[in-house]
Unconditional design. Structure first.
Length: 395
């Protein structure tokens, strides 16, 4: 399958996210132009084709060429486009395909399509998108919302959120639609800061949740309070909730817990440490457990450290950190399911459920995280002490 053929279904998914009214007809077609034309009405075909030509020209050209084969049916969408409102590359595509219709003897009006009633998607439909990044090592991620500016252009909101620390940073930019579209497209391409498209209602739910959990002792970022109601209006289900609805958790909870703990120790998940003060208290406790007895065997010292880790894990498992941990696991499940890592996504969902419902399963998960947090302390073991000479000397 060619890259273009693979690109049309992906581009149509992005169109479904932008054109909410047409999403229910776009997604069942699974990228098939014929099924898509059957599911969309005449106006819907023009909206979808216009959006693709303006935002995903390669995919738009593929769809236009396919529909042009049915000149009296789906191909009429080409003739209903407002050519003047399209970018220059898109206008060239339309003219080339319409010329092909003429050479086949199809009756094509000579008047400019710009003189027809425009049926392209409205600005509001075209720019109403959201993106999220994955979690960083501390448990924060960037949520981006692009919405139409009433006086033209687009507002791009970028908010750094953490379910444990609330709203960490906020910025709002005004930009031209083409610049925002370019950013939305480019930000989805690989790299450490790659973003993932999410429903805008889900992005707003993340903003609302973080704002509610924001500590009263810390002032919200400058400007956020002014926009808070606008950013949280219409909040729906968070990505983690969507993952719970779309995926079945791994049936073997114990195996899922082990897998998630393994992902933590491998550095693929987390480590999401607590605040420095709490982390320091844990480090002191473990260090004291290791060095508290003057003379002790290495195995006994290891047992003492293990008991200290278990006690600390128990406290973590019973605290608020566990609630945040489960929310993060479910969001990771959403991200990984979208990236093709469904087995690990299902394991994360099962581990989140086990955390909420099974106290005994919390400890190995908490222990895995604590070991990552305290790795420098556990790694820097003190020099081995010399064993004390026996008090009874044998001949």
């Amino acid at each position: 399958m060619s890259g273009t053929q693979m690109g049309l279904p992906e581009a149509l998914e992005r169109a479904a996210q932008a054109l909410k009214r047409d999403a229910d007809a776009i997604r069942p077609a699974n990228g098939d132009p014929t099924r898509l034309a059957e599911g969309l009405g005449a106006a819907g075909r023009t909206r979808v084709l216009g959006w693709l030509l303006a935002n995903e020209p390669d995919a738009g050209e593929e769809l236009a060429a396919a529909w042009a084969q049915d000149a009296d049916g789906a191909g009429r969408a080409l003739l209903e486009l407002d050519e003047a409102s399209l970018p220059k590359p898109a206008r060239k595509i339309v003219r080339r395909i319409v010329h092909g219709l003429r050479t086949r003897g199809v009756a094509v009006p000579e008047e400019s399509p710009a003189e027809r009633v425009a049926t392209l998607p409205s600005v509001e439909d075209a720019i109403d998108e959201a993106r999220i990044t994955g979690f960083d090592a501390r448990g924060a991620r960037v949520v981006s919302l692009a919405t139409t500016h009433p006086s033209g252009g687009v507002r791009l909101f970028q908010i750094v959120l953490d379910d444990a620390r609330g709203v960490l940073d906020f910025e709002v930019l005004s930009a031209a639609r083409r610049d925002v579209r370019r950013w939305l497209r480019d930000s989805a391409r690989g790299g450490a800061l790659a973003t993932l498209a999410v429903p805008t209602a889900s992005a707003r739910a993340l903003v609302a949740r973080a704002a509610e959990r924001h500590p009263a002792s810390r002032v919200l970022p400058r400007g956020f309070a002014e926009w808070r109601s606008r950013l949280t209006e219409g909040a729906g289900k968070a990505p983690g909730e969507l993952a719970r609805e779309a995926l079945e958790p791994d049936a073997d909870a114990a195996s899922a817990v082990r897998r998630v703990a393994e992902l933590v120790r491998e550095g693929q998940l987390g480590p999401w440490p607590p605040e420095p003060r709490s982390l320091q208290e844990m480090a002191v406790r473990v260090a004291q457990a290791r060095e508290g007895v003057l003379v002790v065997s290495e195995s006994a010292r290891g047992d003492q450290v293990s008991r200290a880790l278990d006690e600390t894990a128990g406290e973590i498992a019973a605290g608020d950190w566990g609630t945040v941990f489960a929310l993060r696991l479910e969001e990771v499940a959403y991200v990984w399911s979208q990236q093709g890592r469904e087995p690990d996504a299902r394991a994360c969902l099962a581990a989140a459920r086990a955390w909420r419902e099974s106290p005994e399963d919390r400890l190995p998960l908490a222990r895995a995280f604590i070991e990552m947090w305290l790795a420098p302390v556990l790694r820097d073991a003190p020099p081995k002490r010399e064993e004390a000479p026996p008090l009874v000397v044998r001949p």
